[in-house]
Design a binder for this molecule. Structure first.
Ligand code: 13P
Length: 245
């Protein structure tokens, strides 16, 4: 059985104060929920504060990125041991915004995944096609390359710490969601790309304009195991509705 995950990717939003207020509001709303992994991924500077707030709760902490070296002269970067030290259990790797604006490639994604796994962090590996690629019917090819190259060299045993997020770029922040059938088609395809012995266990999240109005139908698909949510995860009441889909 794959336990669902509802993950809030805050992107570059919320000051420390706003982050703490959010958690104070969310915590009582979701206490007692044990059938869904609840995850929030604040900006780096708020990780420690959020960790203090979620202590003894059912909310887990994730980061939005990491660098693959453990330490050294890499100005502005953050390593897996640093994320562990502030209480992270998850890290998002290869979000499309990082690929698009910060030059991440399947090769850097692969190095980052390996660094996360080496330090026992769960990696949420993001894949997804642009609108142009979808219109040119390149979606399957693009996703296959991202999955295969991103996960290159992993052992079967590594997959217990891998989560995949399918986020079609044309659906991110646009209000335009993939239909449940469109999402399911790609999720099932991704599952087939995974090593047979682990495929049934790996959780595959959908991301792209997930909101309270569409979450139930998306989560009703057999291969959709949760959501990676931007906008609708920034307010405690809508994130609560997603968690309680
Ligand atoms: P939105 O939910 O705002 O479309 O963002 C999706 C996303 O990119 C989550 O990582």
């Amino acid at each position: 059985m794959r336990q669902p995950i509802m993950a809030g990717n805050w992107k570059m939003n919320k000051t420390e104060h706003e982050a703490a207020d959010f958690v104070k509001e969310l915590k009582p709303r979701v206490s007692g929920i044990s059938n869904c992994t609840i995850l929030i991924c604040p900006p780096f500077c708020n990780l420690s504060k959020v960790h203090d707030e979620i202590v003894d709760s059912n909310i887990q902490l994730g980061a939005q990125n990491l660098f693959w070296e453990d330490k050294g002269a890499f100005t502005g970067e953050i390593s897996a041991p640093m994320l562990k030290s502030v209480g992270c259990t998850y890290v998002i790797v290869g979000h499309s915004e990082r690929r698009q604006y910060f030059g991440e490639t399947d090769e850097t994604v692969n190095k980052k995944i390996k660094a996360a796994l080496a330090h026992h962090l769960n990696a949420i590996v993001c894949v997804g096609e642009t609108l142009e690629q979808r219109e040119k019917e390149q979606t399957f090819k693009v996703i296959e390359k991202q999955v295969k190259e991103g996960l290159k060299g992993l052992e079967s045993s590594d997959f217990k710490n891998i989560v995949i997020a399918y986020e079609p770029i044309w659906a991110i922040g646009t209000g335009k969601t993939a239909t449940p059938a469109q999402a399911e088609e790609i999720h099932a395809f991704i599952r087939k790309l995974l090593p047979k012995e682990v495929a049934a266990e790996v959780r595959i999240l959908y991301g792209g304009s997930v909101k309270p109005e569409n979450v139930k139908e998306l989560m009703g698909q057999p291969d959709i195991d949760g959501g990676l949510v931007g906008g609708a995860a920034l307010k405690a009441d809508s994130f609560e509705q997603l968690i309680k889909y």
